[in-house]
Design a protein around this ligand. Structure first.
Ligand code: CA
Ligand code: CA
Length: 191
């Protein structure tokens, strides 16, 4: 009887089998979870690999960077003539493989003087190209822009011994800066 009862129970269970199985949509849910989980893990694994690398590169090499500030114009004393003002300059390089529009970007020194800000007009810096921003007046080219300052010795931007150049994008975000604190040479290499 016991064997028969067991058999009966087994049969009953088998009979109930389909009724207690999860409905098809639950199978799909489980199935989708199984498929999504490895993708989520893969994304997490990628993030772990990429996050530490990208900011480090960005910090070391801005896409647009200052390469040189030539602060002691050739000759002495610096007399404030236009040619002398143009003897000092800052250079900005596009290190990327794409042309970058610098429209609205600014270059300035450490003072808070409002007239010590140079703002790029419509200007595109080609891939790998360098633009030189000279302090005095002149005719802009694809490689040289002129701040347009005049007024003698007070028109210079870059101090003879210590100063900082700042480059900001059109949104005002600081992209690069270059400081110097020495009069032993006439220029600072920012690389
Ligand atoms: Ca000089
Ligand atoms: Ca200055």
């Amino acid at each position: 009887m016991s064997r028969c009862a067991g058999k009966t129970t087994l049969m009953a269970n088998l009979h109930r089998g389909p009724a207690v199985s999860p409905p098809p949509h639950l199978f799909q849910l489980e199935d989708s979870k199984v498929r999504v989980l490895p993708l989520a893990l893969s994304a997490a694994a990628l993030a772990v690999v990429l996050v530490p690398v990208v900011p480090a590169q960005a910090a070391a090499l801005p896409a647009i960077q200052l390469v040189k500030v030539y602060y002691d114009s050739p000759g002495s004393p610096d007399n404030g003539a236009n040619s002398s003002l143009n003897g000092e300059y800052a250079q900005i390089k596009n290190t990327t493989r794409k042309a970058v529009s610098l429209k609205g970007w600014t270059l300035r020194d450490k003072t808070s003087a409002a007239d010590h800000v140079y703002t790029f007009g419509a200007f595109t810096l080609g891939a790998g190209k360098t633009v030189t921003v000279r302090t005095g007046k002149g005719t802009d080219t694809s490689a040289i822009r002129y701040w347009g300052r005049s007024g003698g010795t007070f028109a210079y931007i870059w101090n003879q011994t210590a100063d900082t150049a700042y480059v900001r994008n059109a949104s005002g975000k600081l992209i690069d800066s270059c400081s110097y604190n020495s009069s032993r040479v006439a220029y600072k290499s920012c690389l």
